[in-house]
Design a protein around this ligand. Structure first.
Ligand SMILES: [Zn+2]
Length: 643
């Protein structure tokens, strides 16, 4: 009974929660759901909707249960959705917000990967909906009136308030108690590193005060298997799939892609040009061909379609759904299959298809690339120079007892990368001299094709082996640009941890506040990504470029491992094993990649960086090496990626 809950919340709010007080005269109907509210009142604005006008939940029946869970009378508190793109799940967040404005009250927050996306959502979705939906227009004042409490990122309404934030916003993640939290596209959330932990955890902690009254709705298209945030949350949930009846045999089944070797799923015939001329879904039970036009009826709740939990005993609700369920008139099976045929030869593009169309995390193939093939495709750019599309430099350093091994990579759009330097610096890291050499790698400038000078934005140094303390000393003096890392060779770890551990202790054994931070690197995940990329055939997203002139040894080290499957207690476990003694070039690539992720390559505005670099492209003297670079890095004066 929501009434009783509200009462309890009011008592709990002695702590001074500002928005929980019930407004006299507003009594939420305990049986009114978000679905019913949306069907009765929601108007989709013309400016930003595929199908403007009255919202109809019957158009996307798979959203109904989710909206019902978000309703005041549902006991469900945490809902996650791992999904293909463009299925209406963000609109559910909007419906939820307007329902709260109209009937429930309380503070709400919507978080998007970046502040820019949050503002766009506010301007393109929320603002026009307020204008078009009469019941809401009465409650949220026009932002043009003074003291309306209504800006792009804050919407006040009687008894509540909405904040819109980007995941990188620390102030957003602090202080404000939130009862209703909508986290949109969490796999795109910032992994900006602070000691406060992962962005999702930080924002979720804002709801703690509300205990049994809070609701968290997390939505995302997944990314890489084992790294994807939404996959992690979904795996802990009751894992629901939408089952629809076959129009012929009526057996309920989840719609799956299937594939060439399966007897059910999407099948098609192609004409001589290779274009799809007929497409159908083959029933898992009766193997009859189901044309797409039956989809509307198959998905309808009144015909028996429903979400089925895999683990009904679990408390958290989790939903997974592919683009095959998109309503007629949205993305068709033909469009999805045509795209598949187009991308299937390219692992990186196949990954995107798998994420955005199937709503599934993608397993990177870790098959060992052939070193001779890599060498044969080397390109004519000079070592220590950066080709045009390489826009940000990172370095990875491996530590041995008698030397440091260092790789510098340039990164660009789509995480395409270029090897810029690879070298061994001889000397015992326990002594000082070899570190001075590393300084010259770190501090020198690297000539970009445009004429601009780039510096290394982030460097990660391995602390394994016997020289850990020496690495800490070097990193401590150069934080946050240089970080200490340690490989965590377990499957499923993120390429770099979301938060470091403090390593320096004082004489009493207490951690020193500004002491060196140690970051954990998911080597297995990184190696799988790197090998997936080394196996790409064509330049583009993910592709790795090498300059002519690298020795055979470099390529052999880079390809010195392979993945094998070990069985432990009957379960398959992928394990990386060395096929050669030395694998340093692979390790340094892993660390440079970890440094790149930490520098934000997955969320950077590459176009802006490109502009910045081109604006810096003044001719300078050619004396590479000892040239003094501006303090703080090339990008340091303009935008600090490391927070
Ligand atoms: Zn059937």
């Amino acid at each position: 009974m929501p009434q009783a809950k509200f009462l309890k919340a009011k008592i709990n709010s002695d702590t001074g929660l500002p928005y929980l007080a019930l407004i006299d005269g507003i009594t939420p109907d305990p049986d009114y759901t978000v679905t019913e509210w949306a069907d009765n009142y929601r108007i989709l604005p013309k400016v930003s909707s595929k199908e403007s006008g009255k919202y109809r939940s019957s158009r996307t029946p798979y959203l109904v249960e989710i909206m019902d869970c978000l309703s005041a009378n549902s006991p469900v508190q945490e809902i996650c959705v791992m999904k293909a793109t463009q299925l209406g799940f963000t609109e559910v967040g909007n419906n939820w917000f307007f329902y709260i404005v109209d009937l429930v009250q309380g503070p709400m927050m919507m978080v998007f990967p970046t502040g820019k996306l949050a503002e766009e959502h506010s301007k393109q979705k929320i603002a026009p909906s307020i204008q078009d939906t009469e019941r809401i227009r009465q409650k949220i004042k026009d932002s043009r009136t003074r003291d309306s409490g209504n800006t792009v990122t804050v919407k006040e309404f009687p008894g509540g308030i909405l904040f819109l934030y980007g995941s990188e916003s620390l102030s957003g993640a602090r202080s404000k108690p939130i009862r209703f939290l909508f986290l949109d596209d969490i796999d795109g959330f910032s992994i900006y590193i602070t000691n406060e932990g992962d962005a999702v955890d930080r924002f979720s902690a804002r709801t703690d005060t509300y205990e049994i009254l809070k609701k968290i709705y997390s939505v995302s298209t997944p990314t890489i298997k084992g790294m994807s945030r939404i996959e992690g949350i979904f795996n802990e949930s009751d894992q629901r799939y939408y089952e629809v009846p076959c129009p012929f045999c009526l057996n309920l089944q989840k719609l799956e892609w299937g594939g060439r070797d399966t007897k059910f799923g999407i099948k098609f015939d192609r004409n001589k040009k290779g274009l799809i001329k007929q497409i159908w879904y083959e029933c898992k039970f009766c193997n009859k061909k189901i044309p797409e036009r039956h989809k509307t009826q198959m998905m309808a709740i009144e015909f028996g379609a429903k979400w089925k939990p895999t683990y009904p005993e679990r408390e958290k609700r989790g939903y997974q759904i592919s683009g095959l369920y998109a309503p007629l008139g949205w993305k068709s099976w033909t469009a999805i299959a045509t795209q598949f045929l187009d991308v299937r030869g390219n692992q990186e593009r196949l990954k995107v298809w798998n994420n955005t169309r199937m709503g599934l995390p993608f397993e990177q193939r870790g098959s060992q690339p052939e070193w001779i093939k890599l060498k044969s495709r080397a390109e004519p750019y000079e070592i220590l120079t950066v080709p045009e599309k390489g826009l940000l430099l990172t370095a990875g350093v491996d530590t041995q007892d008698n030397r440091l091994i260092c790789s510098v990579y340039a990164w660009g759009k789509g995480e395409e990368s270029w090897l810029v330097y690879h070298g061994e610096l001889y000397g015992d890291p326990a002594q000082g001299d070899v570190w001075k050499e590393l300084d010259s790698v770190l501090e020198r400038s690297y000539r970009h094709n445009s004429g601009a000078d780039l510096r290394i934005e982030s460097m990660a140094i391995d602390t394994g082996g016997h020289r850990t303390q020496a690495v800490y000393n070097y990193c401590r003096a150069r934080m946050p640009r240089v970080i200490a890392v340690r490989g965590a060779p377990k499957p499923g770890r993120p390429v770099i941890s979301n938060a470091p551990s403090l390593q320096d202790v004082d004489f009493s054994g207490a951690k020193i506040e500004k002491g060196v931070q140690l970051w954990s690197v998911g080597s297995d995940t990184a190696k799988a990504m790197i090998y997936g990329r080394l196996n790409l055939q064509e330049p583009g997203p993910g592709y790795v470029h090498f300059p002519i002139g690298m020795q055979d040894e470099f390529y052999m080290q880079l390809t010195a491992e392979k993945i094998i499957t070990e069985f432990r207690k009957g379960f398959p476990h992928p394990v990386w094993v060395k096929t050669r003694e030395r694998n340093d070039a692979l390790d340094t690539f892993v660390y440079a990649y970890a440094a790149a992720i930490r520098a934000g390559i997955s969320i950077l505005e590459w176009d802006e960086i490109e502009k910045l670099i081109k604006s810096q492209s003044v001719p300078v003297s050619d004396d590479f090496g000892q040239k003094e670079s501006p303090k703080g890095g090339f990008l340091g004066d303009h935008k600090n990626f490391l927070g």
